[in-house]
Design a protein around this ligand. Structure first.
Ligand SMILES: [Zn+2]
Ligand SMILES: [Zn+2]
Length: 399
């Protein structure tokens, strides 16, 4: 569906975005805004946060990711058609746009709660094509998105045409989204002792990385595999497979290995094991790998984010180091501490509770780390995510 989008969302100075006092004037500058002025008035009247904003800088994802993305390697042997170089804008401003600068669905703007910080968003559907992701981000008020570049539950690979790649980039450029990541297929098991399955996994993982590079995504999130036979051998197989693919495929997309809940023989449910896995990747590739911290997984794995947030974080800092933290998956957990079961719940309604999320949203150590929800969508794909993102933006202001 065609949408009216601004050519580019202007970077907003923190003080203006917080005060909102000039928003009404600004809104009157676009036709769309004029039409909707009455509707928006209520939203615009919302007072600025009473407390001064936390003294954080206005960070951008640039702080953690590599500089300008290089053009992806186009010697793609797997049938991906070459496309134009990636947009140079993955490091652009991530501030929430002023009211009136973003196309709106019915009701108040999903971006109506002030927020200055790293990109914040959710997993969005790419049903109907990957280019449908960015407008769905706008519908929920997201400045970060995670998406699948293919059917995550199937082996069949998606091969993008140059036109599909360009359409995605154009769609993304018209939004305030400042961080994008793919999540790879659930079938991939780079740690498998079964040679055929591991080879198939390596191929699928390579496709995923190539697709993400072509789209110009900031990161691919991947689950460590299941060792099946012997833990140490599994970790070695997993690290070797990652190394093999990263050496073959260069590009702007960073690989983020996700901490797991620890069910069965899965690798990566302790900080130590994740450190061992990443430590086996050669030094020359270290800048291209990092960690995705899923709060529900880590809690289910036995780290008590609810009662000992500081202890868990200092453990993470000691064992893995915050410089490796590339993304938060913000999910409450339906399952209890140490259950090793991975079931996500809406923020504040699960076993973790809202206090840990308030900490994450206000801790300056995480101020430039993008944050993405994977909480239950509900019936309409929009309402819950909008509500969750508003809630997290309020947390960021201590409200
Ligand atoms: Zn995941
Ligand atoms: Zn996750």
């Amino acid at each position: 569906m065609a949408r009216r989008t601004p050519a580019r969302v202007k970077k907003t100075a923190p003080t203006k975005a917080q005060s909102g006092k000039s928003a009404a004037k600004k809104a009157a500058t676009t036709k769309a805004a004029i039409k909707q002025t009455a509707k928006k008035k209520a939203a615009l009247k919302k007072p600025a946060p009473k407390k001064p904003a936390p003294k954080k800088p206005a960070p951008t994802v640039a702080a953690r990711s590599k500089p300008a993305p290089k053009p992806p390697a186009l010697k793609t042997p797997v049938g991906v058609k070459p496309a134009a170089p990636p947009r140079p804008s993955s490091t652009r401003a991530v501030d929430v746009p002023k009211p009136g600068t973003v196309p709106q669905s019915a009701g108040a703007s999903p971006y109506d709660t002030p927020y200055i910080g790293a990109p914040l968003g959710a997993h969005v559907s790419t049903a109907g094509g990957v280019a449908n992701g960015p407008p769905r981000a706008v519908d929920i008020g997201a400045t970060a998105i995670q998406l699948f570049t293919k059917q995550a539950s199937q082996w069949k690979e998606k091969v993008f045409t140059a036109a599909e790649v360009q359409t995605f980039r154009t769609a993304l450029a018209g939004t305030p989204v400042g961080f994008t990541n793919a999540h790879d297929s659930y079938l991939i098991n780079l740690a498998s002792p079964n040679a055929a399955l591991r080879a198939k996994s390596i191929e699928s993982f390579e496709y995923e990385l190539r697709r993400s590079n072509l789209l110009g995504l900031n990161a691919v999130v991947s689950h460590p595999g299941n060792f099946m036979d012997d833990r140490a051998s599994g970790i070695a197989r997993n690290a070797d497979a990652i190394t093999e693919v990263l050496e073959r495929v260069d590009g702007p997309t960073r690989l983020l290995m996700e901490l797991t809940a620890g069910q069965g023989t899965v690798i990566g449910s302790t900080f130590e094991e994740m450190a061992e896995l990443l430590g086996r990747i050669p030094a020359a590739l270290q800048s291209r790998v990092g960690v995705c911290f899923d709060t529900a997984h880590v809690y289910a794995a036995g780290y008590d984010l609810a009662c000992d947030f500081d202890g868990v974080m200092s453990r993470f800092a000691d064992v893995l180091g915050f410089e490796r933290l590339g993304l938060w998956h913000l999910n409450d957990s339906k399952e209890p501490l140490g259950s090793k079961k991975d079931r996500h719940e809406l923020i504040g309604l699960g076993r973790i509770g809202e206090a840990a999320f308030r900490r994450i949203m206000t801790d300056l150590r995480f101020a430039d780390v993008p944050k993405v929800l994977e909480t239950p969508k509900g019936d309409d794909m929009v309402t819950n995510d909008r509500r969750m993102l508003r809630l997290l933006r309020r947390f960021a202001y201590g409200r």
